[in-house]
Design a protein around this ligand. Sequence first.
Ligand code: UGA
Length: 434
Amino acid sequence: MKIAIVGTGYVGLVTGVCLAAIGHDVTCVDVDEEKMAQLGAGIVPFFEPGLDELLAVQRQERRLSFTESHEAAFSGAEAIFIAVGTPQGIDGMPDLRALIEVARAIGLTLANDAVVVIKSTVPVGTNHFVRELIAEHLVRPVTVQVVSNPEFLREGAAVYDTFHGDRIVIGADDEEAARLVEAIYQPLGIPVLHTDTRSAELIKYASNAFLATKISFINEIAQLCERLGATIEDVARGMGMDARIGEKFLRAGIGYGGSCFPKDVKALLGMAELSGYSFSILQAVERVNYRQRLLLIEKLVGRLGDLHGKRIALLGLAFKPDTDDMREAPSLTIAETLLKMGAQVVGYDPVSNTKARHVLPPAVELAPGAEEALGGADAAFVLTEWEEFTRPSFARLFTRMKAPIVFDGRNCLDAAVLGEWGIEYHPVGRGAWV
Ligand code: UGA
């Protein structure tokens, strides 16, 4: 099938490459000239395991192309996927400007019937709004249906998730349009759920908000573990063995970050408020998540007292491993707070040092490696569970610190190995609070 994808961020590019890989003829379109030039040359503009290789194969087989022209991309396309960003606006709700621009462009340039598939995360009711907007701008007598098809892939596992997703949600008011989208995904063999558009839009927010709730819940249990002398991993394992609870997303630590959970939780709170409902659980989820980001600093102050002049090494800056994404990374709040408290901050991330430089305060030093970051530090925070930090051989590097005191915000280090090197270790949610 001939498919156009508008927007080449994580969702758009991964979808484009994967749909090409299952045999579709895909054209990706984006207004970002630099990005299009990079992609045209086969370069993925962000870090995502496995994507470069798959992109190279699809370009070679000529099933995937890139253009800056909407008209060229839409020409003959049976389906147009919209995957543009909907970042958080100043009012906390998603900023739909890019989406509105695309809807206008579709209306003004479309010369054949097409199904528009909205993959971007959008507030409930947006699919109807987009359908009306396109209809208002149509200049040719063509038929356009709009289908909601939310995305559930994770950064860092985006390609895997696209091929092995748990479900594909198709929200449509027109049955034929829904069947066309189902046919596109059919080679993947993933279960499909058909709903109306509003329910599909809400499924996306409800899913992310529920996962965020799981994380904040386990983080509160971790707080209790520290106070009551229990061990969070054992508690989480025991809970997760109950199939009704499930073992995933019960890793305690410094809370969730990234471009999705914080933004989607806020947007759902906003939607609830606009509808006249106060979503109490979700308000608490957000509060707990923010408090959790400051947990290591609270512990550090409990251990060292005044932080003036203390040198603190931050290991891992990205919001999670296998990505260079710094959006809403806990490291940002932590670095800013430490600086305000008079500490010196030095950071290191295996992949996102360059991106981090643009978003961290200039006073934060960036080290070329973990060894350099740790040299002379009074304490270290592990903020991202990169594989590099979890290797047993890594533990030796902590001995380069002035005093080897480690606060592990992801519980990813091996306490026994650190103990062998005489390193003082403070994980989250294990036993007594320091
Ligand atoms: C999340 C969802 O998992 C995807 O299903 C969804 O498609 C995506 O948002 C989106 O809306 O686009 P992502 O933000 O890439 O994906 O990352 P996750 O792996 O879900 O992690 C999110 C955050 O939660 C990270 O900061 C991670 O460290 C934290 N987390 C995750 C925990 O603190 N504990 C856990 O047990 C799991």
